[in-house]
Design a protein around this ligand. Structure first.
Ligand code: BG6
Length: 502
């Protein structure tokens, strides 16, 4: 095992302990941290839920999730029994204030056993409507007053719109100090997303070109090949714009567009990101159709399998106007980005899973080569692939080998996957470790959440007020509705659809 500087003793309570997020993501992440020797010497994890489980049954259930969803795919399950010595199940109803003593009892027990006061972390992996009531009951516990050791982790969606996010922030801040609140956006924990900062700010090469003088436009695609995966009930109240753009995509956009930070202090990084959100041009309600398009998938075929349309999914209104696809053109009104469009898109049941960012550079100012040399001429492009491929690639012109001067675009690629392979931690590993260490750099501050809502509110309101006339408007396995192609084609561009992973 490698030797790491590990976090202090910690007790982690996972509300939603029997739920899907814990099963697929949190426990596999905690187990990987354990295998990689990142968990504290002294730690305890308590899954909280209403269903009845013995500890033994609970461990079996979690092991099933680890085997299916961990990046190690069940390899090294040999240490599972050691890990489960630290894991227990607390059956309790989060609505029952009288049951919360079970939490304080466990903390006391561990404090006595370990001889130190541990970090106490509450992870709210529950449906958004349950968050306020649980947070209120936790806030009443004395341990929540211990600002340096007690933390609360809140999953997205953070609010349903600007107003509800604001209310939730007010509620949380009436009980916890801002440094105790960790608003999670798992995209920020992805290795390749963090690598954007390294690429931009640890190299002298890119930053001088990273502005309106050299960049023509930027595209961010977060395409999903999967559909609802049984989450119809949730998605009906969300839609793609709320589910992906308000958080994950805007956060990526901030990392691409932010000014260089002076230090890696959590607040410094977050200040720079808020500056970007505040500089995004507000889309007037009557201009929304020029800047944003929405889509909803119909029934059809997905990789040879018949799938139902969104309106026929379980838990979905058969007349639903919810967007399963969204594409938006943003402008950032500041010196660096004035006039450079940022096109973003996301959708369910698209042709393939692919999250990538491309910076399209302007044309070379003068072209000295004979016209026939340049049949395949293309402007330079920098592509950062986040998933499933993890790479950074630069496209430039090179001479085709031979006696004539012919030019071809070629790619120079750094393959992150080949370097990191299965050792690259999953986003939740990074973020859970950060919570135990108390490092909030990769988490959303309250003003960031508000600012992101402010950006998308005009679109949400316009869409709610004007029902779509053409839903469903894209087939599964496509790249979304034609209107998305038209959005970018109006400016003379096309979306970059990267070829699938071989
Ligand atoms: C979640 C959304 O935040 O991100 C899901 O709620 C979406 O709808 C998921 O599928 C995508 O995450 P990833 O890491 O698979 O790209």
């Amino acid at each position: 095992m490698q030797s790491n500087k590990r976090p202090p003793a910690s007790v982690l309570f996972i509300f939603g302990g029997s739920g899907d997020l814990n099963y697929r993501k949190l426990t596999p992440a905690l187990y990987n941290l354990f295998l990689d020797n990142w968990m504290p010497d002294q730690f305890a994890i308590a899954g909280i839920g209403r269903s009845a489980y013995s500890n033994e049954k609970y461990h079996e259930h979690l092991l099933d999730g680890v085997t299916k969803f961990s990046r190690r795919k069940g390899k090294q399950n040999g240490h599972w029994t050691d890990f489960t010595q630290h894991v227990s199940y607390l059956q309790m109803d989060g609505d029952d204030a009288a049951a919360y003593h079970k939490i304080t009892d466990l903390v006391k027990e561990k404090e006595e056993e370990w001889g130190v006061h541990p970090n106490v972390i509450f992870y709210l992996a529950v449906a958004p409507q349950l968050v306020p009531s649980i947070a209120q009951k936790l806030g009443a516990l004395k341990i929540c007053g211990e600002k340096s050791t007690t933390r609360i982790v809140v999953e997205k969606p953070f609010g349903h719109d600007l107003e509800s996010a604001h209310e939730l922030n007010l509620l949380l801040s009436s009980m916890f100090a801002e440094e105790q609140i960790f608003r999670i956006d798992h995209y920020l924990g992805k290795e390749t997303v963090q690598n954007i900062l390294a690429l931009r700010f640890a190299n002298a090469l890119f930053e001088p070109l990273w502005n309106r003088n050299y960049i023509d436009h930027i595209q961010i695609t977060a395409a999903e090949a999967v559909g609802l995966e049984g989450r119809g009930g949730y998605f009906e109240h969300a839609g793609a714009l709320r589910d992906m753009v308000q958080n994950h995509i805007l956060q990526i956009l901030c990392m691409i567009a932010m000014e260089p930070p002076v230090s890696f202090d959590a607040n410094e990084i977050r200040n720079k990101k808020v500056d970007v959100l505040n500089a995004i041009r507000r889309i007037g309600k009557d201009q929304v159709h020029d800047f944003a398009v929405r889509g909803q998938y119909s029934g059809g075929w997905k990789k040879g399998e018949k799938v139902v349309g969104y309106r026929q999914e379980e838990g979905v209104n058969p007349q639903s106007n919810i967007d399963t696809f969204a594409a938006v053109k943003f402008y950032i009104d500041n010196w660096r980005w004035q006039g450079v469009p940022f096109y973003v898109r996301t959708g369910k049941y698209l042709n393939q899973k692919a999250t990538h960012i491309t910076l399209h550079f302007k044309q070379a100012p003068h072209y000295a080569f004979p016209p026939e040399s340049a049949e395949t001429w293309r402007s330079n492009r920098l592509t950062i692939s986040i998933q499933p491929n993890m790479d950074i690639s630069i496209r430039f012109q090179a001479k085709r080998p031979g006696q004539t001067m012919m030019l071809d675009p070629v790619d120079m690629t750094f393959d992150y996957d080949a370097v990191a392979g299965e050792h690259a931690p999953e986003a939740y590993e990074t973020l859970l470790l950060d919570v135990m260490e108390g490092d909030a750099t990769l988490f959303m501050r309250n003003d960031q959440v508000d600012a992101a809502w402010r950006v998308i509110m005009p679109i949400l309101e316009a869409w709610e007020n004007r029902p779509p006339q053409d839903f469903p408007n894209y087939a599964p396995d496509s790249w979304g509705p034609d209107t998305a192609d038209a959005l970018i084609a109006r400016d003379g561009h096309t979306w970059l659809n990267l070829p699938p992973t071989p």
